[in-house]
Ligand binder design. Structure first.
Ligand code: NAP
Ligand code: MG
Length: 472
């Protein structure tokens, strides 16, 4: 068991000023993996002071000067990919294959994409008699969740550093170890002291102190809509820029004429990946009523092949969820859905057989779900798929758009044009057409209560810039 007592502040590991500790548990075994400091306002003050002190000189570096340590950071992410994957298995419970292919690889892809974006970005523009400059936003507070712990760190920190901002990161309390590993990579890459700082701690203390801090210029948050609302309000009071990446209740719409089996199987894989703990997960499958029972049968059969098991084993496709409270929450949604009239066709709320330790939830498919049911409106964040029937295209659109969220989605049709025409009418930030694959350079973010702002790609860099005009 590792016992850490330090925070990464001003270019060095320094003893935390807090006495309290966070216990990191392995979700598959419930064993204690490590303890890290539960930092408070004093650690945050020190980290923000370091970031503020470094902001002016880092903000004035050339892009070439920033590209050098950013390139070394990418090399570090590549070199320690296996260790990153194993860390995410231990603290989150992602199956090792998924952890390697996604949790450890996507951050590398995203970080590398910013080398190219930074090299080409136009920081200066001529508008009639004005020269318009894109300047760094200053000191960035990054607050991240646990479900894709390194990806969410990289998606904020790398573009912020590329833009010339300095950063204080407060990672989720369940997944501080991969955040510490990232701080080691930043250190080894040779960024100047204070440019990146890490404070581990709980949201209500370290997180709240950080987002309220008067010396923070921009808050970039990923997490729940409830916490996002509070952070948006705090940022408003402080007149800080804010970017919020929040929850989702994404719809996957299968239009008549689509390859039904392919669309349904893709949906099952999508919703069960990472035990359903994906903000973009297609948690609502919408199928025409004439094809409904066929779709339900395909989904139930596909889900039954996802047996929960030890995430350290290569054969495992469904690991535990992140915590005991998450497991109880997910099970309560399943029980609640059945009580409201949903039909259980795979999985269920009871513990999987033979797994009496670990935060496991069965791969669950609910049929006969209707649009107003709680499970069709609220984010479950577990391995649970709801299947809804629609009468016609207008009804499908009404259901798809009928939640507070708007993060992602899918549309399947006989051809891409038909699917794209439907997707253009969806109130959501990203839609995959006929199984179009994830693009790490495409702008990512929410409509409606799914958020404010965009991450990834050129749009993700622009979030960390502010504009100055000089008139001649
Ligand atoms: P969360 O409770 O909102 O936490 C997210 C982060 O905010 C954590 O670091 C958390 O610290 C911190 N935090 C909590 N309360 C805070 C406060 N009052 N002030 C400042 N920081 C605070 O969400 P979660 O439980 O970690 O993650 C699950 C949720 O995040 C889901 O709803 C999911 O949809 C959403 N999510 C969205 C995206 C996206 O890109 N849109 C991505 C991933 C997850 P603690 O860890 O100590 O609570
Ligand atoms: Mg939380």
């Amino acid at each position: 068991m590792q016992q850490h007592t330090d925070q990464y502040i001003d270019g060095a590991w320094r003893p935390s000023l807090a006495e309290a500790r966070i216990e990191v548990l392995n979700p598959a075994t419930e064993e204690l993996v490590a303890t890290v400091p539960a930092g408070g306002a004093a650690d945050v003050d020190a980290a923000v002071a370091a970031a503020r002190a470094a902001a002016r000189s880092w903000g004035r570096t050339t892009r070439e000067e920033r590209l050098v340590p950013l390139g070394r950071l990418c090399d570090g992410l590549a070199a320690r990919r296996q260790e990153i994957a194993e860390t995410v298995v231990a603290e989150l419970g992602s199956p090792i294959r998924f952890a390697t292919a996604v949790q450890a690889t996507l951050p590398l892809t995203v970080a590398r994409s910013y080398l190219d974006i930074l090299a080409k970005y136009e920081f200066e523009e001529q508008v009639a008699n004005s020269t318009v400059y894109a300047e760094p936003a200053g000191v960035v507070a990054a607050v991240t969740p646990w479900n894709y712990p390194l990806h969410q760190i990289v998606a904020k920190v790398v573009p912020a550093l590329a833009a010339g901002c300095t950063v204080v990161l407060k990672p989720a309390e369940y997944t501080p170890l991969v955040a510490r590993l990232f701080a080691e990579l930043v250190h080894d890459a040779g960024f100047p002291p204070g440019v990146f700082n890490l404070v581990t701690g709980v949201g209500t203390e370290a997180g709240a102190a950080l987002v309220e801090h008067p010396d923070v210029d921009l808050v970039s948050f990923t997490g729940s809509t409830a916490v996002g609302r509070a952070i948006g309000a705090a940022a408003g009071r402080g007149v800080k820029r804010v970017a919020l990446e929040l929850g989702g209740k994404s719809a996957n719409v299968v239009l008549p004429g689509a390859d039904l089996a392919r669309a349904v199987k893709a949906n099952v894989a999508n919703v069960l990946a990472n035990s359903g703990q994906t903000c973009t997960a297609w948690t609502r499958l919408l199928v025409h009523r004439d094809q409904y029972e066929e779709a339900v049968a395909i989904a139930a059969e596909a889900a039954a092949t996802y047996l929960p098991g030890d995430p350290a084993l290569a054969a495992t496709r469904l690991g535990p969820v992140a915590s005991a409270s998450q497991r109880e929450r997910v099970r309560a949604y399943i029980t609640g859905a059945v009580a409201q009239g949903a039909r259980l066709v795979a999985g269920g709320a009871q513990a999987p057989e033979g797994l009496d330790r670990g935060y496991y939830v069965r791969a669950t498919v609910l049929a006969d779900v209707t649009a107003e049911m709680t499970v069709a409106q609220e984010e479950v964040f577990g391995p649970v798929l709801s299947i809804l029937a629609y009468r016609d295209e207008e009804h499908a659109l009404e259901i798809a758009n009928g939640t507070d969220y708007g993060l992602a989605g899918g549309v399947w049709a006989a051809d891409n044009e038909t699917a794209a025409a439907f997707a253009r009418r969806m109130d959501t930030g990203q839609v995959d057409i006929n199984g179009g694959r994830f693009n790490p350079a495409a702008p990512f973010g929410g409509y409606k209560s799914s958020g404010v702002g965009r991450e990834l790609g050129r749009h993700g860099l622009a979030e960390f810039l502010q504009t100055k005009s000089l008139q001649f």
